[in-house]
Design a protein around this ligand. Structure first.
Ligand code: GDP
Ligand code: IMO
Ligand code: MG
Length: 421
């Protein structure tokens, strides 16, 4: 069976921490989409680690960690990440397995990402500039290079052909950058990547599943950044939803078991695009400060707002969420009252459906408010410790989404998690 854990909002829901917590129940942790745009934080021996391309099971020595075909890999950032983790004593040569079908981010993909954002001006996506969009464009445009190609004799030739194509595009976009400076690092990183196990993950993983091994697929980004169902065009370039694990690992839907959907107890977004419950006032500032809401990958301040149950219910539907996980509940300890958005008012009409025309619509969110709870969630250990008003918050989320909350996370540490059933 393959369980999946993914974000239900605009990313950064705390996936890294929860994967790290659940990992001992599994044999294999597998990333199925995204790339170094992700930043998954976990704490290991009190040390803060931010993972970008490597799965969050890597600090459990008995597990195997897979980078699936749906992931895009930047050899340069991958090498730096491997070196950091290996310096902590982790044996990645043993525990890391990379799909030969995963696509490679070239230096020119990163330049194209920058050029594309510049050309969009105020309408820019707010991309992490890691080359994600251009690499997935080359994948679907059938021009891309894959990890397996690195092992072929004609790799350099194919690299040069694609690079020349990119340089022509960059010229047309009036974007100048000296790529040759970046190439030395790129080719050194390509050599480093070849040290790891590069295999037919599709065959291998299916074989493991048939043998009864338990797999946890780790999503990156979040449902509202999904290329098909997110707030297009302010999205990433992959399918972040449950369906993405089938195409991103080569796993048939019949093997999918539990779907763990993660939502913060409030909402954040980094980058541009619609955010109906955004708080542009001191309440938003307080959430940012208390929740330390600054991007794990880019350090940018995250936009903050109340939990959006309209978007959350949509995300639960798209993913078939079986278990909800609420993170950063402790951050709300500081708030005098807590909002939950239960509907949108658009042009005088009330709706509980996430609208197609979200970018142009003027949305007035409707809120239920809950008064501050009388006990710090950060001090709670068991379900029975939870204060009455927080239980009311949970009931409202469960009733609206029709999904049970299985865990409440109340701190950054691996074990700061309250099990609800
Ligand atoms: P991811 O991308 O979904 O893995 O999330 P990030 O790592 O980008 O951002 C989540 C941030 O919240 C990290 O700094 C975590 O250490 C932190 N975090 C996770 N869970 C909790 C929690 O329950 N409470 C608090 N206060 N912080 C949390
Ligand atoms: P994790 O896995 C939050 C956002 C970017 C931008 C948009 C497109 O840590 O939750 P891209 O670089 O993919 O072209 O950027 O998506 N974004 C994320 N926001 N968490 C992430 O990953 C993100 N990955 C991309 O800020 O708005
Ligand atoms: Mg993150």
């Amino acid at each position: 069976m393959v369980d999946v854990l993914l974000g239900l909002q605009w990313g950064d829901e705390g996936k890294g921490k929860i994967v790290d917590f659940l990992a001992p129940k599994y044999d294999i942790i597998a990333r199925f989409q995204g790339g170094p745009n992700a930043g998954h934080t976990l704490y290991w021996n009190d040390k803060k680690i931010v993972l970008h391309t490597i799965p969050s099971g890597v600090f459990h020595p008995e597990l195997l960690n897979v980078i699936g075909n749906g992931v895009v890999i930047d050899p340069v950032s991958f090498k730096a990440e491997c070196e950091e983790i290996e310096s902590l004593g982790v044996d990645l040569i043993r525990s890391l397995i990379i799909s030969e079908k995963a696509h490679i981010i070239l230096p020119t993909h990163k330049a194209l990402d920058k050029a594309s954002e510049l050309s969009k001006g105020i309408n820019k996506i707010g991309s992490t500039l890691k080359g994600i969009g251009p690499t997935y464009m080359d994948k679907t445009g059938r021009n891309g290079l894959r990890v397996g190609d690195l092992l072929q004799k004609d790799f350099k030739e194919r690299y040069n052909t694609l690079k020349e194509k990119h340089l022509t595009l960059l010229k047309q976009m009036n974007f100048e950058e000296d790529i040759s400076i970046l190439e030395e690092d790129f080719f050194a990183a390509v050599e480093a990547l070849k040290k790891y196990k590069i295999i037919a993950v599709d065959y291998w993983l299916n074989d493991q599943i048939v043998q009864g091994k338990k797999v946890l697929a780790e999503g990156a980004q979040g449902t509202m950044l999904d290329i098909d169902f997110g707030t297009y065009p302010f999205v990433t370039s992959s399918n972040t939803i449950t369906a993405g694990l089938c195409t991103g690992l080569g796993i048939a839907p019949k093997w999918v078991g539990k779907v763990f959907g993660i939502s913060k107890a409030y909402c954040t977004r980094v980058g541009s695009g619609p955010f109906p419950t955004e708080l542009l006032d001191e309440t938003g500032d307080l959430l940012r400060k208390t929740g330390n809401e600054f991007g794990s990958t880019t350090g940018r301040p995250r936009r903050c707002g109340w939990i959006d149950l309209v978007a959350l219910k949509y995300a639960c539907m798209l993913n078939g969420v079986t278990d909800l996980i609420i993170t950063k509940a402790d951050v709300l300890d500081e708030m005098p009252n807590i909002g939950l958005c239960t509907a949108y008012q658009i042009d005088g009409e009330i709706t509980q459906q996430f609208p197609f025309d979200i970018n142009n619509a003027t949305i007035q969110p409707e809120f239920n408010y809950i008064n501050q709870w009388d006990k710090k969630l950060s001090t709670c250990i068991n379900n029975d410790d939870l204060p009455h008003n927080f239980n009311e918050f949970i009931t409202q989320v469960e009733t609206f989404t029709n999904v049970k909350i299985s865990f409440v996370s109340n701190g950054v540490g691996r074990n700061q998690l309250i099990i609800r059933k």
